[in-house]
Design a protein around this ligand. Structure first.
Ligand code: ADP
Ligand code: MG
Length: 565
């Protein structure tokens, strides 16, 4: 088979190459991520193959990736001593495009003539080996499969055809040499022969690759002498892949600072290592302080997404719901495609599953914190409670868990917040509902005439003063079988509250006595109120304004508040 010659790319390969060559995509540096990830895969494959089969007797004692920039020649070579490819594999894998999502990618490209879409798509698909042609006008690949003695050289300028030929003296593994396009020379920022630039790109995308990535780095010593030394430029430390017992708190804290750009230590660390049919690791952190922009619309959120230790994206919103936007960290999925796109993330079943599990994990961690370190929990709630309460409205599936870990101000204490569980435990026998009142401030709620009877009877009322409270109380029906009941709305039947029915008769009698006055007042205030009625809820104030049970617009509520209630 190994004849050599010049061959045409297939149609799809040609289309993809055209796109790469003429790409105006600004994030061209991802080509290096793609080449390094291919090299890393090849090293994995060789190691596994030499452990499971005995058809290769390659040396696996020093598996690594090497980067060799040559500023004079304007080339960059990425090589590995991994599994390599046979001649047929090169034809098959590099000469044609068999991948279904690449075909899909091209379909999307064809349907649109918007160049900015091309940018987004290239960035989100990560189009593998061919992305080399974004920065190179000629690419040479030399490879030898670990089980063969003959190597293969493949070369192309990306325009229509490629040449391929057998070579005798190829080292085992693969090396890809990029002849860099001239337009990048003028631009310091895109000089891919600069070891500083290369180091920066490797740190950003490939720092956690498990194999060493080596490069000669120039160093000038104190005498002004320049020496060149081979250095490993990636840290290889994917903390999340190591077993929990072997990681110190310091290591976790340092890592947190790296991903969050925070100065302080995290409040809590959550390390998930999920095995089984769908393997992933997550290392999440609850910060100890809320960011300034927690409630700003434009803020970023989400965690970093990795696939097999390769950095895919920052701020992956699909992995954490809005109300957990303060959670920081990384998620590394073993079975996702590197080519996963932002648009496909939402529909991706694996992403959805990880998200559901991670949400539950965060909520249960907070729950544990409540019992195990109340002080920490208090800090957490002070910083993030307001955001978390949005989940009561937006995440019905986890509503009960969120209610369990929420705290509220109440008339029980002016200093301490209360959980709903504690509220319910304090409820006197016969109390059916959880009473609350919303308002602008604690003072305005406490001075409200609605409060009088409750204070008199010693009934606890939740004091809800945050804007989000107005919203969740309308959507959350109950906690532990107890309904939430506003004390400022409808008829609150306090007499059912335990002290017997003896008042009923009394009350009926007084209703009769006041009937005339009440109907006179109702007519007088016709355009202002629906109804004037006798109430048991007041003790000191002569009258108060009450909302109808289904009169819930908050504009109305704030109108009442503006009236000084
Ligand atoms: P992907 O990595 O998503 O499969 P690529 O375009 O990056 O797509 O690579 C295509 C195929 O070429 C790889 O699946 C692999 O089989 C082969 N390949 C690429 N680079 C190497 C390499 N350095 N060593 C061995 N095989 C490689
Ligand atoms: Mg690849």
């Amino acid at each position: 088979s190994a004849q050599g010659g010049t061959f045409e790319f297939d149609v799809e390969a040609r289309q993809l190459l055209q796109l790469m060559i003429h790409s105006i995509y600004s994030n061209k540096e991802i080509f290096l991520r793609e080449l390094i990830s291919n090299a890393s895969d090849a090293l994995d494959k060789l190691r596994i193959r030499s452990l499971t089969e005995n058809d290769v007797d390659a040396d696996i004692s020093d598996l690594h990736i090497r980067l060799d920039p040559d500023p004079q020649q304007r080339t960059l070579t990425v090589s590995d001593n991994g599994i390599g490819m046979t001649y047929d594999e090169v034809v098959q894998l590099i000469g044609t495009i068999a991948k279904s999502d690449t075909a899909q990618f091209l379909e999307r490209m064809k349907q649109s003539d918007d160049p900015s879409l091309a940018q987004d798509l290239i960035g989100s698909f990560g189009v593998g080996f061919y992305s080399s042609f974004m920065v190179a006008d000629e690419v040479t690949l030399v490879t030898r499969h670990a089980a063969e003695s003959q190597g293969t050289r493949w070369q192309s300028s990306g325009e229509g055809s490629y040449t391929i030929e057998p070579v005798d003296d190829a080292p085992q593994g693969t090396s890809v040499t990029l002849h860099l396009k001239p337009e990048d020379t003028e631009d310091q920022l895109h000089d891919y022969t600069s070891s500083a630039k290369i180091t920066e790109i490797v740190k950003r995308y490939s720092d956690f690759i498990r194999w060493p990535i080596r490069m000669a780095v120039e160093q000038t010593d104190s005498d002004g002498e320049t020496t060149s030394e081979i250095e490993t430029i990636n840290s290889m430390k994917a903390l999340w892949t190591r077993s929990r017992q072997d990681i110190t708190e310091d290591e976790y804290n340092e890592f947190y600072k790296l991903v969050s750009h925070d100065w302080a230590d995290p409040l809590e660390t959550i390390h998930v290592q999920a095995e089984g049919t769908f393997e992933y690791q997550a290392l999440l952190f609850l910060p100890s302080q809320a960011p300034m922009d927690l409630f700003m619309r434009e803020r970023k959120r989400g965690v970093q997404l990795y696939v097999k230790r390769v950095f895919i994206m920052d701020d992956c919103e699909e992995l954490v719901p809005e109300y957990l936007r303060f959670v920081k960290g990384v998620v590394d999925a073993q079975d996702l495609s590197l080519n996963v796109s932002r648009e496909n993330l939402q529909q991706d079943r694996q992403i959805q599953m990880m998200r559901r599990r991670l949400v539950k994990k965060v909520l249960s961690t907070v729950k544990d914190m409540m019992s195990e370190s109340p002080q920490k929990y208090r800090t957490f709630w002070n910083q993030f409670g307001r955001a978390l309460k949005e989940g009561l409205v937006n995440d019905p599936e986890n509503r009960d868990s969120i209610l369990e870990i929420s705290s509220f101000s109440s008339t029980n204490s002016t200093e301490e917040l209360t959980t709903l569980r504690e509220y319910v435990d304090r409820m006197p026998e016969g109390q059916q509902n959880i009473y609350y009142m919303t308002g602008d401030s604690r003072a305005s709620i406490e001075n409200s005439p609605h409060m009088e009877a409750f204070r008199e009877k010693g009934l606890e009322v939740l004091v809800l003063t945050e804007p989000v409270d107005e919203v969740w109380v309308e959507t959350v029906p109950e906690f532990d079988g107890k309904k939430f009941q506003s004390i400022a709305k409808g008829e609150v039947d306090l007499d059912a509250q335990g002290d017997g029915g003896s008042k009923d008769e009394d009350f009926e009698k007084r209703k009769g006595e006041f009937a005339e006055l009440l109907s006179w007042m109702t007519t007088k205030l016709d355009d202002k109120v629906k109804k004037v009625r006798l109430s048991t809820r007041l003790t000191n104030s002569p009258a108060c304004i009450v909302r109808d049970s289904d009169d819930i617009t908050s504009s109305l509520a704030s109108m009442y508040r503006a009236m000084g209630q």
